[in-house]
Design a protein around this ligand. Structure first.
Ligand code: HEC
Ligand code: HEC
Ligand SMILES: [Cu+2]
Length: 422
């Protein structure tokens, strides 16, 4: 379909046509039936008539329903096509579903748990799930698409008016399925730009964005693979062999000074094994930007330390664990660190002290530490980086000494509420 395709109108028209057709047929069939009942009852028609074939009637009841079905198919198919064909200028947003929360990530690294979109612009959602099958359902835009683990599905919509629209999970996914909803906020283009810029994504170094902006990533990767140039992943501190145009080799350690020279194009020698294609950026881009990129190359992603509370939120921990002592689905984070957990695995029970090592192991192998009295649904988090795990641990520690709970001397957090929780 073309770019101006209006999915809402298309879907509504299809439903209306199906409804009107069905209603018309219902009325016609009912009237005909009543007519026959009256006209051919026993008094008016004591001897049943034996009607044997009627060519025109047969043609009519074959052709007319066929045409109706074809027409319904046509409308259904066109609006389905409209829903599946994403306009080429659509802005892309990644949607991740997990038990029981949503997160949306934008190009440039902004993450959010509310889907903010500019009014009037087509938005393509690339949807996946971390755990079980969920479904993105935004009734206002007539979209409903499954979020499947290990797979990316898509949907698109265009918000024509500013406002807030509900987004629900459409697939039953466990205890808190009903709470798995959020908002699509449609705002003006300027407001959207401001929002995108206002909180640069957690943990993304500005130097990384600059590498993208200045086209460095056209020739260099950040994932360790070789491209036109060497990968920039983890190069700080490595030793590289340089060759001068005359063929003289030397070995240097990659440090700040070397990186600056390499980017500014001041070094004469090129890296062994590569063509001398590295452009000289000296004088072309601000010194400050070079410094930012060098800083990023030296420190990597750890430059901006992740924030534990934000991770707990964005990873969905706080969808199941409260921070105020109450039980949502799992034990509260409040007073958790330092308490004693009653763990029951395969019928064997034991007590474990909740410390950093314990929590780290829970994050990678929750199945080894099922806490008694709770549903065994704590998911594994293999995707968390070491830094993110440490940030989470620090955050849990900051919640440790909550006065009314916790402390091994009271017998731990005891999960006082589990009885009432089932
Ligand atoms: C046209 C492709 C191209 C572009 C664009 C490019 N580079 Fe390079 N770069 C290379 C090649 C090829 C080499 C290896 C040869 C050499 O040392 O000159 C290299 C080498 C380097 C090195 C030295 C690497 C090492 O391990 O010693 C750094 C650092 C570097 N580039 C950073 C950048 C940055 C930052 C940008 C963007 C501002 C950038 N490059 C843009 C092709 C490119
Ligand atoms: C789908 C809900 C859910 C999510 C999401 C979740 N948890 Fe859990 N968690 C549980 C439940 C339920 C338990 C207790 C039962 C069990 O061990 O499976 C638990 C247990 C734990 C325990 C052990 C608690 C104790 O008393 O020993 C820790 C620590 C923990 N979770 C941390 C986290 C962190 C950190 C995150 C986010 C990275 C997280 N959880 C995400 C449901 C969840
Ligand atoms: Cu769900």
């Amino acid at each position: 379909m073309n770019q101006a395709y209006d999915a809402v109108a298309g879907v509504d028209r299809t439903f209306l046509i199906i409804f009107v057709t069905a209603a018309a047929l219902l009325v016609m069939v009912t009237i005909t039936m009543i007519f026959f009942v009256v006209r051919y009852d026993r008094r008016r028609n004591p001897v049943p008539s034996d009607i044997d074939g009627n060519l025109w009637a047969e043609i009519a009841w074959t052709v007319i329903p066929t045409l109706i079905v074809l027409a319904l198919f046509h409308y259904g198919w066109t609006s389905y096509q409209g829903l599946r064909t994403v306009p080429p200028d659509a802005m892309e947003v990644s949607v991740t579903a997990r038990m029981w929360s949503w997160s949306f990530s934008y190009d440039g690294g902004r993450h959010s748990d509310v889907l903010v979109v500019p009014v009037g612009r087509a938005v393509k959602l690339n949807i996946t799930s971390k755990d079980v099958i969920h479904g993105v359902f935004v009734p206002a835009f007539r979209i409903k698409v499954d979020a499947v683990p290990g797979m990316t599905t898509h949907a698109w919509f265009r918000a024509e008016k500013p406002g807030e629209y509900d987004l629900f999970c459409s697939v039953y996914c466990g205890l808190k399925h009903a709470d798995m909803h959020t908002t699509v906020r449609a705002v003006s283009e300027e407001e959207f730009k401001k929002w995108l810029a206002e909180a640069p994504a957690q943990g993304v170094h500005p130097g990384k964005a600059l590498l993208e902006r200045y086209g460095c990533l056209g020739c260099h990767t950040l994932d360790g693979s070789e491209s036109v140039g060497p990968t920039l992943k983890g190069i700080a501190g490595t030793k590289v062999v340089l060759v001068t145009p005359k063929g003289v080799e030397s070995t240097v350690t990659v440090d700040a000074a070397y990186l600056k020279e390499a980017i500014a194009g001041k070094k004469e020698a090129t890296m062994k094994g590569f063509d001398p294609l590295m452009p000289s950026f000296g004088g072309q881009i601000p010194e400050a930007d070079i410094d930012q990129m060098v800083d990023y190359l030296l420190k990597g992603d750890q430059a901006a330390p992740p924030d534990g509370a934000a991770i707990a939120e964005s990873q969905g921990c706080t969808g199941c664990h409260s921070t105020d002592g109450s039980v949502i689905v799992g034990p509260s984070f409040k007073g958790l660190m330092g308490s004693v957990a009653h763990v029951a695995v395969d019928g064997a029970e034991r007590d474990e002290v909740v410390n950093r090592a314990y929590v780290l192991d829970v994050l990678s192998h929750p199945e080894k530490h099922r806490v008694k009295g709770f549903d065994p649904i704590m998911p594994a988090y293999p995707q968390l980086t070491e830094q993110e795990k440490q940030a989470l641990l620090n955050y849990l520690e900051s919640l440790a000494n909550a006065p009314e709970h916790g402390g091994p001397e009271q017998g731990g957090h005891e999960h006082q509420t589990h009885e009432g929780h089932k």
